[in-house]
Design a binder for this molecule. Sequence first.
Ligand SMILES: Cc1cc2nc3c(=O)[nH]c(=O)nc-3n(C[C@H](O)[C@H](O)[C@H](O)COP(=O)(O)O)c2cc1C
Length: 155
Amino acid sequence: MNITVIYDSIYGNTARVASAIAAALEPDNSVRLMPVQQARQADLGTTNLLIVGSPTRGFRPTPQISDLLAGLAPPSAAAEVAVFDTRLAPAAVRPGALRWVVEVGGYAASRMDEILHRRGYVRRGEIAGFLVDGMKGPLKPGEVERAAEWARSLV
Ligand SMILES: Cc1cc2nc3c(=O)[nH]c(=O)nc-3n(C[C@H](O)[C@H](O)[C@H](O)COP(=O)(O)O)c2cc1C
């Protein structure tokens, strides 16, 4: 399968997850891993599975990821998408009284899923969110492994 993993990352956590996802898929697939800045020039015509990841910032994906998704060509018949984000672990939301705001506000991956669905893409697998322990990370222990497992569940 031809897989393209596109991600944005400000502090490096989503990049780490994206690399783990690509590494988990590489043995049996042809995988390209690229930051969103490179993705504009990329030809996605032969991609069967497009995996997109973004940090959650203000309940949504980064503007760069949103722009990319809005500008994507309509999917070819064989193309599916999977989405993931990184987000604050509930215990890392301070003060704790804001936890419900963060939950109700929502997360980047569901927004990406909505945009892609509207553009005609079919989702493969579950929407995934990987947890960080603070505004700049790090990822919670075990999240890199969970990302690799999620990736393997997609194929
Ligand atoms: C300006 C800003 C807004 C954020 N908004 C949210 C949010 O709405 N929900 C959430 O769970 N985490 C939020 N976070 C935490 C980010 O999700 C976290 O910085 C991100 O997962 C780190 O990914 P990166 O290292 O790839 O940039 C925010 C962080 C920043 C700096």
